[in-house]
Design a protein around this ligand. Structure first.
Ligand code: FES
Length: 65
């Protein structure tokens, strides 16, 4: 399961996410998610066209090729 950590870096928040091989996560780009940095679908209730960012880590087999 993705692990994330947010830290203050020179006065700005920085989030680092570590994925398992083959894991897929959906990140919020609208900044309104109640589960930030992950998308919880709240963007559908917002004006504008911001939607999520989908990230997929390569599987172990893909990393070896
Ligand atoms: S809740 Fe922000 S992009 Fe989905």
């Amino acid at each position: 399961m993705a692990e994330h950590q947010t830290e203050d870096r020179f006065g700005h928040l920085r989030t680092t996410i570590t994925l398992e091989p083959g894991e897929r996560i959906v990140l919020c780009r609208c900044m309104k998610s109640g589960d930030f940095p992950f998308c919880d679908g709240t963007h559908k209730e917002q004006s504008g066209n911001a939607g999520p960012i989908v990230v997929t880590a390569p599987s172990m087999n893909e990393e070896e090729s």
